[in-house]
Design a protein around this ligand. Structure first.
Ligand SMILES: C[S@@+](CC[C@H](N)C(=O)[O-])C[C@H]1O[C@@H](n2cnc3c(N)ncnc32)[C@H](O)[C@@H]1O
Length: 579
């Protein structure tokens, strides 16, 4: 590990520190008190959130829209991205600094400096924070939810320099992120990363992340979500890890809302309209996929290098998506396009305006530039390295009005693996606003800095509609806890069927089904039931305590309570579903 990256484990000298540590930790015999449970659930409509590696705020934006969290603090060290965050989330305190410096300053302020292993450089920078910054620092106990996307370039399959020292440093930001979880012990923690994060380094980094969170006492769930299934016209698979304190409900994954499968076969039934067959409808969803036309079809035509940051929309929305994304904006902003050099512009003009066209449609000929130079229309390296680069499929590619965008990247360039960045029928790279829409950012969302900075902010972001879907599930989890606390407070006695699930964190969930008039609860360990317990006519409080105490047993440290699936209380005439 490089000297400036440290995992900080708090040893909890003070009473405060002990209380903080207890948040995520579970000891045998601990039990949740009723008033505590009711207290936790009654005032938790909006979680006080700290967004680390915040970028321009895509993740925070989706959670804000879902109404479950309000980002009160954000840490982002790139100034243009931090300024964008500030402009779009004026209620948040944004620290434009390295997160290691901020953690050091927080620990210093809390009197935990002895627990903080940091470099002299981080210590020096922390001591230079001004009084206003110091007094605004988030403190343990104030933060309910920590979320963030540690830099993913180090893990990304698209990164050619994954073995460089810089990529290594960036990957180790995961440890800095985990240190925040360890020190703050928030109720909820969410990490986002590229899909490759799961398999990078033979899965060791991923396992280390899960193991660290489990060691802190959290319940953990991980999964891969496809943004296209949640209302954007973009294929973007991302890995997420949820962690919830033992006394909270671990959120479920959101159900896909839009069909989003890679078409297996495409046929042309009429001029310029293609129909696609998908391999399976198993991953179906209630709504159709959003297309490129739905997303950007009404935007005015602009040319290569367009630079007017404000202009008229010029036409009405032509899709439900556009209506929603435009909101009440009167002026179209950032419809600006990265300028291509003369040669690439000529190549772009030679790419046919039909779906699926890319560099392979260019003629094998020489062209004359304005300085008289004769050059190949087809870039030399593409055919010569095609075999080992999947034919450079999509390089210098045009989007298909009926299709979707490829994964939004931080620097659109035609000669890249994700090189499909040409407008379906204009000779230019997609504009900043078009990329922003492909990520589901509302047109009112502001980006800061140069065009390069703006593309980076967008390409780095979690699509807000995906974060919104995660936020809805977090909200459901909070509501389930509230339902349960109400039931306990009302002293409801149970009779009827119970099914409860106790999951082994990080692996599959085991389902246990109850029978009528009795409850059977057990925890599976290494393939055999450890303790199937049988009780009759247990009340809700007893069921909850039973489950919690089982999960706190040290023999089951790796297990986590996932939830009671269904509790029927026919006698009092209501039904409560799932904690
Ligand atoms: C993947 S992006 C996060 C995007 C963000 N979650 C969103 O949805 O918009 C990672 C961000 O972390 C920032 N970053 C990287 N290392 C950092 C560090 N040590 N301290 C603070 N910010 C850092 C980068 O500048 C980048 O904006």
């Amino acid at each position: 590990m490089p000297a400036h990256i440290k995992v900080i484990y708090s040893s909890g000298h003070t009473a405060d520190a002990a209380a903080r540590k207890k948040k995520g930790k579970c000891k045998k015999g601990d039990s949740i008190s009723e008033p505590e449970l009711v207290n936790r659930t009654s005032n938790e409509k909006c979680l006080a959130t700290l967004d680390i590696f915040a970028g321009c705020g895509g993740l925070s934006e989706g959670f804000r829209q879902s109404g479950v969290s309000s980002t009160k603090w954000a840490i982002e060290y790139e100034e243009p991205a931090a300024n964008a965050f500030k402009a779009n989330h004026p209620e948040a305190l944004v620290f434009i600094d390295n997160c290691n410096v901020i953690l050091r300053a927080i620990m210093e302020r809390c009197g935990d400096i002895d627990d903080c292993i940091s470099t002299t450089e981080a210590a020096e920078l922390a001591s230079k924070l001004d009084e206003h910054e110091l007094s605004s620092l988030p403190l343990p106990g104030q933060v309910d939810f920590i979320n963030g996307g540690p830099p993913c370039q180090g893990f990304s399959a698209m990164n050619r320099y994954a073995t460089s020292a810089w990529s290594k440093v960036q990957r180790e930001m995961i440890l800095a992120f985990l240190s925040f979880a360890d020190y703050f012990r928030p109720r909820y923690f969410l990490m986002e990363n590229v899909r490759n994060f799961v398999s990078f380094n033979k899965g060791k980094t991923f396992r280390l992340t899960l193991a660290s969170l489990l060691e802190m006492g959290y319940q953990v769930r991980f999964g891969i979500l496809e943004a296209g299934a949640f209302g954007v016209s973009q294929s973007r698979k991302r890995a997420f890890i949820w962690a919830a304190a033992p006394e909270d409900v671990l959120p479920e994954w959101p159900e896909p809302m839009h069909v989003f499968s890679t078409p297996e076969l495409k046929i042309k039934l009429s001029e310029n309209v293609q129909y696609a067959a998908v391999r399976s409808t198993a991953n179906g969803a209630p709504l159709r996929a959003i297309t490129v036309r739905d997303t950007i079809g009404e935007l005015p035509a602009v040319g290569n290098g367009a630079s007017r940051t404000n202009m008229e929309y010029q036409s009405e929305p032509i899709s439900w998506f556009q209506l929603k994304i435009r909101g009440n904006m009167a002026v179209l902003t950032d419809h600006i396009s990265k300028e291509m050099n003369q040669l690439n512009l000529i190549r772009c003009k030679n790419i046919p305006k039909r779906p699926g066209s890319d560099w392979r449609d260019l003629l094998d000929e020489k062209i004359k530039l304005s300085n008289g130079q004769l050059v190949d229309l087809i870039p030399w390296c593409l055919p010569n390295t095609a075999k080992r680069n999947n034919q450079w499929k999509g390089a210098f590619g045009r989007l298909d009005w009926q299709g979707n965008f490829p994964t939004s990247i931080t620097d659109p360039q035609p000669m890249r693996k994700v090189g499909m960045c040409f407008h379906p029928d204009q000779d230019r790279i997609l504009t900043v606003r078009e990329f922003a829409r492909s990520q589901g950012f509302p047109d009112s969302y502001q980006f800061f800095g140069s065009i390069i900075h703006k593309h980076r902010q967008i390409g780095n972001a979690v699509p807000p509609p995906l974060a919104f879907a995660l936020g809805r599930k977090l909200k459901e989890a909070l509501e389930q806890l509230l339902d349960l606390s109400r039931a306990i407070a009302a002293g409801s006695r149970w009779s009827g069927a119970v099914a409860c699930r106790v999951g082994m964190a990080g692996s599959s969930t085991v389902s246990l089904s109850g029978r009528y008039s009795r409850v059977s609860v057990g925890v599976e360990r290494s393939g055999s039931w450890v303790k199937p317990a049988i009780a009759s006519s247990m009340d809700l409080r007893a069921i909850l305590k039973f489950l919690l105490s089982h999960c706190r047993d040290k023999n089951m440290a790796a297990h986590s309570l996932v939830g009671v699936a269904r509790i029927r209380v026919p006698k009092v005439g209501w039904e409560m579903s799932q904690i």
